[in-house]
Design a protein around this ligand. Sequence first.
Ligand SMILES: Cc1cc2nc3c(=O)[nH]c(=O)nc-3n(C[C@H](O)[C@H](O)[C@H](O)COP(=O)(O)OP(=O)(O)OC[C@H]3O[C@@H](n4cnc5c(N)ncnc54)[C@H](O)[C@@H]3O)c2cc1C
Length: 480
Amino acid sequence: MSVPYKIEASEELLLGGTQGEQQPRASERIPIIARPFVSDRAKKTLDIVEKFVEEECIPADSIYAQQVGEGVVNRFSAHPPILEDLKKRAQELGLWNMFLPKNHFKEGAGFSNLEYGLMAEHLGKSHIASEATNCAAPDTGNMEVFAKYGTQEQKDKWLKPLLAGKIRSAFLMTEPDVASSDATNIELSIKKEGNEYVLNGSKWWSSGAGDPRCKIYIVMGKSDPNNSSPYKQQSVIFVPAETPGITIKRMLSVYGFDDAPHGHGHLVFDNVRVPTSSICLGEGRGFEVIQGRLGPGRIHHAMRSIGAAEKALEYFLARMNDPRKKPFGKQLHEHGVMLERAARSRVEIDASRLQVLNAAIMIDSKDAKFALKEIAEAKVLVPDMALKVIDRAIQAYGGAGVCQDTPLANMWAHGRTMRIVDGPDEVHLIQLGRNENKKGKFMHQKIEWQKKKSEEMARSYGIEKRDVLQLDRQHSKAKL
Ligand SMILES: Cc1cc2nc3c(=O)[nH]c(=O)nc-3n(C[C@H](O)[C@H](O)[C@H](O)COP(=O)(O)OP(=O)(O)OC[C@H]3O[C@@H](n4cnc5c(N)ncnc54)[C@H](O)[C@@H]3O)c2cc1C
């Protein structure tokens, strides 16, 4: 055993217990409609993931937070030892790189999007479980970019150490001076000079850039501002984090949380030079790269958010049954409104899970493009659901819910960003609404046709078509 903490033989402690009050293990809780798509190997791994998260990662979360230390400079150069221990442990257990789907990449652990989605739900219950298993964003999406679009040289240099969990990466698209949810606005300049590209501009919300282990940036910028197609003006380029001319000006907080050491950076690029071989896929193909990057990643975020919602509900149930807490003489579970909130949370989590798993099955059956609608639905539905569930738990804890005594406040802050990250709700809703509205003309015609048909049917039965509540009552003038 390579970790310094004690691993107990706690088979029955948390999972699959015998007391009737504990829940069956993860593989037995897979929704019935998804079960035929899950291999026995994935079921076994899912149970190991659940046990690893519940018994090792969640207890380690607060240790990790403490080991990150204090002060901006220290926090953003911290390398908590517990994380490296958990990484070793995860590798021993065979829990490594489960996110790379088997039908598209040979480099991963050989699971489908659905199978990994089920695992990601459990990873989402701990702050550090995703990184411990090398399944953390933004590395997951970035590794997909290297695996999908990288040259052999780029793969050897960046994908290999990323897959080994030796380095981390950041994806730099968003800029402080433009509305970045519309990627055509991105304006960091990429100019070719001889056998180099020269980059000038600034980026912010560069997640992961705070960590000194973050060695590679995937940067989107404008390489051809005069191209007649706004979708061909952008390129994506690989930039080593230590290239001269890059300054990490400051880190950004999320509702006061600094997310150190990973963090979210505000960076300036001042005449940053990289060789032309650093381009991803080719000049002007930036949109292709960012679109290819996001599909499965949104499913991962959604499934982790479902895990967060499950954890919030666990906290809610724990508080409802805390014998020390009896407002107005009764424990919270004796107040009907709380039972209703528990029930609503259960209904909403279960419905959202089915939606996301359906999207994952659709990606597996073809590709992310085939599941665009379902992915967008998950992107909008799940954060909204998770925020409601977490908020109910916060409310049940009163003052304790908004402070550092439970993970709920941090989970809410993180969950809230999910309505903005990877494109705000509105962008996905407008797309979904437009697509939905494409059926509008047909629906109008269909309903008019049905009305006419109904009139014809009435005539064939010799019935005069009347309103169901037709009254035709008349008051005689004489009586008035
Ligand atoms: C915690 C966190 C981590 C992030 N990590 C990264 C990262 O690693 N890399 C990266 O590049 N970016 C990252 N981002 C940035 C994120 O992707 C952007 O903030 C997001 O795309 C929105 O862009 P913007 O902030 O420029 O807002 P804008 O594009 O200015 O949009 C502002 C608001 O305008 C409204 N709006 C936008 N479009 C429409 C529309 N079509 N119809 C109606 N209303 C609309 C929405 O309410 C939207 O929230 C992160 C953000 C956060 C909060």
